[in-house]
Design a binder for this molecule. Sequence first.
Ligand code: CTP
Ligand code: CA
Length: 223
Amino acid sequence: IERLFVPQSLAGKKVLITAGPTFEAIDPVRGITNRSSGKMGYALAHAAACAGANVTLISGPTALPIPFGVGRINVESAQEMLDACLKYSPESDVFIAVAAVADWRTADVATQKIKKQHTDDVPCLSFVQNPDILHTIAQQPNSPYCVGFAAETEHVIEFGQAKRLKKGIPLLIANNGPATFGADDNQVVLLDDSGLHELPKQNKAQLAHVLIAEISNRLTKKL
Ligand code: CTP
Ligand code: CA
């Protein structure tokens, strides 16, 4: 029903979205992850499908159901998420990176459960940096229109613009992370070449429709 009332601004377009956290194993029973419910990415996938797009959602572990009309691919680690994105990005018109990708993974994954010591000794983990999925996709030849998200804890606009330029993307949607983690509402600013555009605080589902309209506008104007 909802899709009958939404302008079909992405009809015929293919949209690739990452959502949720990634999970980086330490051993078979433990890992490190990021805070992300997946709500914003899933809401965007739903809104893009309502706007007529063919949507592929590459999702880290979340508790959310697959949005109606969306194709979901489940992944766990950042490397798996990158591999899936590289597979689908060549055919995509738009790439929206909403996932909270773990910046680091452990240098080695233990094949067996690491046992707690009876002394006070604790394991020493060493980390390596994960690939930057958004930057990698943005650098591909004929890359899709790339949109990033940034959850900052301070200097949202300044850090957001610097991040957008570093990633080489036309549009970045920034917010104050801890204020919205897991919440149903979100307040964001759009950062692009022309500066900033603040959107009112609203429900993530509503906001997703507004963001899809902003993205499809920019896509047609090639901003
Ligand atoms: N991102 C990504 N791959 C990564 C890290 C981030 O695709 N390895 C994407 C996120 O999905 C988001 C954007 O890049 O769209 C910004 O993520 P963020 O974590 O804010 O940026 P980082 O470059 O990792 O910077 P930092 O965490 O140091 O602020
Ligand atoms: Ca990061």
